[in-house]
Each structure stands twice: as structure tokens, then as C-alpha cells.
Write a protein that binds this ligand. Structure first.
Ligand code: ADP
Length: 595
């Protein structure tokens, strides 16, 4: 028997056992059965190899062959990635447009990116240049809004001996030849490969102070993320995980979005497939797919493909990061991924830990989020952007919305931002249903300078004041439950009224309203300033013992409640008008009361 060929001895759903494979390594890709399904070695036990198969194993029989490929499960990287829809092991999905179903044929497709398509290549190096991993050989305008930089693969260096001139080439063509330090000739095309489970190297990790703009007010203003940051959004069914992640995907101010639909209910994936191709990028007015890659596992795909999808997405994200770009990766949901881990672990007869999850769940979750970050990329040549980032966000859907769930708890320990969804808020149709008392962001201090430099010097002051009011409101509402509103002072009543304004006029944001769906940081600040200024001016009035009911019928109040959907992002002057109106009205009340 050939050294890298063995035979199936047992089949347990997506996990198979094979013997006779002498030379295979851990994580090596293998072709399983007569149909040559893609599999990966996940455990080596002397003669017996445990393999997870990424396709449906039904119909497969004991004794069928298993062949080692000699290389790890890897991702194909090059022009053709953008706008594509892949499954968990990067097989391109073909959409059947009529019913948004998806179709994929069984068996190995070793070519992932299109081999026929010609790309317009622009060289960036000259003969005689010395280049190292990460240097840019040339560029391809892959879409109208995405410039694909063709990089020297991380572990390669040499002197340019040959470089194709500007022109149209397929990804098969060897566009450059390098002479390595030990005088080997290395031919490079526009494609490179990288093992999915190994992080791509970079020069160094950077501290990030750049705001990750989502246009979602409760996020950017209260619980911000940074470029390169990590966040989870846990919540029960129907609390808005998917909508929130999709909102972030649509509106985030980054170069590329990778959206991993990780085995949620089949119809939700169909929605993603239906929605994304129709979205328009708000920054360029071009289709959003021109800077998006979708990775989709529907529930009818094997659990192992779901497990792998996270790594496939991360590896593509790191490759784009290495071009000097900011990438946002969102996974919906990590719970489904963890369940896949649990199922595979069960089929391997491993001893289960907490709630049936394998004991390595915490380390796997940590490994996932640790691949996020803002980094100085590998690059010797100056003159090109050499900083890139991968920001990672995951939805978590714990059973019965129970946050003591091991996936929530283990992820919470690792990430820096926690957007806790609240079923009571969702029930009241307050969206995003992010609970402001339970959520947190470790980046508030880090993004302060960004806000000061780009928006307003008083950002922190206004944010803190609003946060303080929200906390006081929480205490007051508990008190009101015991003793009723009548016992409250006018000062306390004012807090309740202003927090109603913060909730309705600021925090509540309708994803389906044309204007409200996205708020620029500038508009967010103007809105918050108006509400907080209203509080300060009204406090002065109450100080003068003027009765609070005089404030109730001001025409200004409904205007503050509706400014989110009435004033577009580019009409900021309207906020100044509102501010003038507010100052005038409150001055009148003060003068009236003083008489
Ligand atoms: P989950 O993924 O947590 O099950 P979804 O994201 O599907 O929940 O949201 C459930 C419903 O809540 C949506 O169909 C929508 O009606 C509503 N919803 C959630 N977020 C928003 C939002 N930002 N604006 C308006 N409606 C929302």
C-alpha cells in the first residue's frame, strides 16, 4: 500500500477513522472515500487516524480509500476572493437565484478561485529589487472599491529577476521570478496559500486608539470598539443579534467585511444571501459586495465545516490585513460553532467538561479572538500603508438566554467589549436591545483622543454625564417601584424625563429607517449634546423653584425625540437651530417663572 493511502475503518457521522495512513500529519488535508470528500486529520492515535470530513458522509463505506495530500487544510488567497460566497472550507457556493437556495456539488474542488478570469495587474517592483515576505509585488483593482495588493508570501524573499509588465493575467500565470538567498529560483503567481489554523505573521502588535465606526449610537458613543478590537453580542432568540451584526457589517467604516454565517437556522442564512447582494455601500454608493466576503454554513452542511469556517474567515481576514487594510470579521453565531466542537468531541468519545463542551473550549475561544488586532504588517519597502487590523465580533446565542452559559462566560473573559442584549428591551421593541447597565467597553479611554481630534473636545464630558444619568435613572426607577413617583423631588423627576429622552431620542435606533439606520459620529455628538444641554439648562430652572410641569409641553421635546430620523447626517446645521430654539424656550420659562 502507498504510504499516504489508507482505508476507512469506522464512520461516525462527519468523523471517520482510518488506518494505514503512515505519513500523514496532524491537520493534514485528506481526500476521503471514493468520492474524494475533503477531510482533515484531527487526532493521531498510532495506526488509527481520526478525520473530520467536511461533506456529507452518507453512502460512504468501510474499506474505501483515504489519501493524504501532504499539506494542511489551507486557504487559497488571491484576486477573486472579494464578493465571493464560500462555505466553511472555502468551496465557492453557487447561488440559485430564484429561491436563494444554495448548491454545492460533492467531492474535492481543489481550485477555489477562478482560473480563467484575467485580472489587470500593475507591477510595483523592478528587476533587481530585493523583496521580502509582505512586500507588494503589484496591484489589481479587483472591484471598483477594492485594490488587491499582491504580496510576497510571508516566508519568501529574494531578488526580483523577472516581473511581468502591466497587463491582463490569470492567477495561474507566474508574474514574477525571485532569486532566493541560496540561489534558488522562485516563481510566484498572484495566488498564495496559508494553513487555516495558523495565524499569519506580522511585525508587531500596535495599541489601537482608532474608533471602529459602526454608526450605531449606543455602540460608538457608549460601548465603542477600536479597529482591531474584539466584542461579543450575547442574547436570547429574537433579541437582535443578527440584525445588529448585519447593521455593523453594512455600516462599518472599514476596507473589507467578512461575514461568517455559522449554521444558524437555514432560513436566516437564506436571508443573508438575499440581503447582502442587494446592499449599497453607504461610503461609495457601489454594491456592498464589492468589499465583502461571505462565508456561509447552512444547517444542512456538516458540523465540521461549521467548525472550520471560523478559521477560514480569520485566515482570509489576516491576508487582507497584511495588505495594510482594516478588516471587520463577524461571526453569527459562536454558539453554533461551539456546538459543532461539542458534537465532534462527542463522536471522538472525549471526556466532556462543562455542559458537554470539550475541555479545550476556553482555549479554542481564546485562540479565535486572539487573532484579532491592529498590527504593523510584514513589509520591508516603505511608502505603502504598513498598518492593518482585524476586528472580530461574535454573536453568542446561549440556550434560554442564560448568560452563565460556558460560551458566553469564556468569551467574556477574552473580549474587550460586551454588548449584552436584553429580552425585556426587545419585548418593548427598544432596539438595539443592548442593555446599558450590563454592557461594557474597555476601549472608552482608548478612543477618547479619536473623538477629541475628529469630533469634539467635550466628547468625554458629555458621554460621562449621560452614563451618570442612566445609572441614576436605574436607581430611581427601583425606588419608584417601592414608593411611587410622588415622593420624588423635581430634580429626580427631571432625571427620569431626560433619561426617557436619552432612551427614546438617542439609544433607540431603528435599523429600518432610512435616516436613523446610520448616524455619523458628528451627528451622534450633536444629538447627545442637545439632550445633555437640555438637562443642564432645565436643572438651572428647577433650581429656581420653577415647577417642572412647565417643561412638559415644550414643542422642543418631540423634536428631540425625533431628531434621529428627521435630521440627516449631512444637515448638522439643524442641530444648531434646535440648540438656539432650546436656549430661547428655556430662557422664556425661566423669566416667566421669575415673575
Ligand atoms: P436574533 O438574531 O437575536 O434571534 P434578530 O436579529 O433576528 O434576533 O432580531 C429579531 C427582530 O428584532 C428583527 O426581526 C427586528 O424586527 C427586530 N430588531 C432587532 N434589531 C433591530 C433594530 N436595530 N431596529 C429595528 N428592529 C430591530
Amino acid at each position: 500500500m502507498i504510504e499516504n493511502q489508507g482505508a476507512i475503518t469506522r464512520i461516525n457521522g462527519p468523523v471517520i477513522f482510518a488506518n494505514g495512513l503512515k505519513n500523514v500529519q496532524m491537520h493534514e488535508m485528506v481526500l476521503v472515500g471514493n468520492e474524494k470528500l475533503i477531510g482533515e486529520v484531527i487526532e493521531l492515535e498510532k495506526e488509527l487516524k481520526h478525520i473530520q470530513v467536511y461533506e456529507d458522509t452518507s453512502g460512504m463505506k468501510i474499506g474505501e480509500p483515504v489519501i493524504g495530500t501532504g499539506s494542511p487544510l489551507q486557504v487559497e488567497l488571491g484576486p477573486g476572493l472579494i464578493g465571493n460566497i464560500f462555505d466553511g472550507v472555502q468551496r465557492p457556493l453557487e447561488l440559485i437565484a430564484e429561491n436563494y437556495g444554495i448548491y454545492i456539488s460533492k467531492g474535492a474542488h481543489l481550485d477555489i478561485l477562478n482560473r480563467q478570469k484575467k485580472w489587470h495587474f500593475n507591477p510595483n517592483v523592478n528587476i533587481g529589487d530585493y523583496v521580502k515576505g509582505g512586500d507588494i509585488i503589484g496591484t489589481v483593482d479587483e472591484t471598483e472599491i477594492f485594490k488587491h495588493k499582491i504580496l510576497v508570501p510571508p516566508d519568501i524573499e529574494g531578488k526580483v529577476q523577472e516581473i511581468y509588465s502591466e497587463g491582463n493575467y490569470t492567477i495561474n500565470e507566474e508574474i514574477t521570478t525571485l532569486l532566493s538567498p541560496n540561489n534558488n529560483s522562485i516563481k510566484l503567481s498572484m495566488v498564495q496559500y496559508w494553513p487555516v489554523r495558523r495565524p499569519r505573521p506580522y511585525l508587531k502588535r500596535l495599541f489601537s486608539e482608532e474608533l471602529f465606526i459602526t454608526g450605531q449610537r449606543i455602540i460608538d458613543t457608549f460601548f465603542p470598539l477600536t479597529l482591531g478590537g474584539t466584542a461579543i453580542i450575547p442574547g436570547g432568540f429574537g433579541t437582535g443579534k443578527t440584525i445588529t451584526l448585519q447593521q455593523i457589517a453594512k455600516w462599518s467604516y472599514v476596507d473589507l467585511i467578512i461575514y461568517i454565517g455559522c449554521g444558524e437556522r437555514g432560513n436566516e442564512m437564506a436571508e443573508v444571501l438575499k440581503d447582502f447582494p442587494n446592499l449599497i455601500d453607504p461610503y461609495s454608493q457601489k454594491p456592498l459586495m464589492q468589499r465583502t466576503i461571505l462565508i456561509v454554513n447552512t444547517s444542512n452542511m456538516t458540523v465540521s465545516a461549521r467548525e472550520a469556517s471560523i478559521y477560514t474567515g480569520l485566515t482570509i481576514a489576516e491576508y487582507i490585513r497584511d495588505m495594510g487594510y482594516n478588516v471587520a470579521l463577524m461571526a453569527d453565531s459562536i454558539s453554533r460553532w461551539a456546538e459543532a466542537l461539542r458534537e465532534i468531541s462527542g463522536r471522538l468519545n472525549e471526556i466532556p467538561a462543562e455542559r458537554g463542551y470539550p475541555s479545550y473550549l476556553p482555549s479554542r475561544i481564546a485562540e479565535f479572538f486572539e487573532r484579532a488586532g491592529r498590527v504593523k504588517v510584514l513589509r520591508m519597502k516603505d511608502g505603502e500603508s504598513n498598518v492593518g487590523s482585524v476586528s472580530v465580533m461574535g454573536a453568542v446565542s446561549p440556550p434560554a438566554a442564560d448568560f452563565s452559559d460556558p460560551v458566553v462566560q469564556n468569551a467574556k473573559r477574552i473580549v474587550d467589549v460586551f454588548w449584552a442584549l436584553d429580552k425585556d428591551l426587545a419585548f418593548q421593541r427598544h432596539f438595539p436591545a443592548i442593555n446599558w447597565m450590563q454592557s461594557y467597553s474597555e476601549y472608552v479611554e482608548a478612543v477618547k483622543n479619536w473623538w477629541i481630534t475628529n469630533v469634539d473636545i467635550k466628547w468625554e464630558q458629555y458621554r460621562n454625564k449621560a452614563m451618570d444619568l442612566l445609572q441614576k435613572d436605574d436607581e430611581l426607577r427601583r425606588m419608584v417601584k417601592l414608593i411611587g413617583t410622588d415622593a420624588l423631588s423635581d430634580n429626580q423627576k427631571l432625571i427620569l424625563r431626560v433619561v426617557d429622552l436619552i432612551k427614546e431620542g438617542f439609544l433607540n435606533q431603528n435599523a429600518f429607517d432610512k435616516i436613523d439606520t446610520f448616524t455619523t459620529p458628528e451627528k451622534q455628538f450633536k444629538m447627545l449634546k442637545l439632550i445633555i444641554d437640555f438637562f443642564e439648562l432645565s436643572s438651572d430652572i428647577i433650581q429656581e423653584r420653577i415647577p417642572i410641569y412647565l417643561l412638559d409641553n415644550l414643542p422642543l421635546i418631540p423634536k428631540l425625540n425625533r431628531m434621529k430620523s428627521k435630521i440627516p447626517n449631512d444637515a448638522l446645521i439643524e442641530f444648531d437651530k434646535l440648540e438656539n430654539e432650546m436656549v430661547r424656550d428655556l430662557k422664556e420659562i425661566k423669566e416667566m417663572g421669575a415673575v
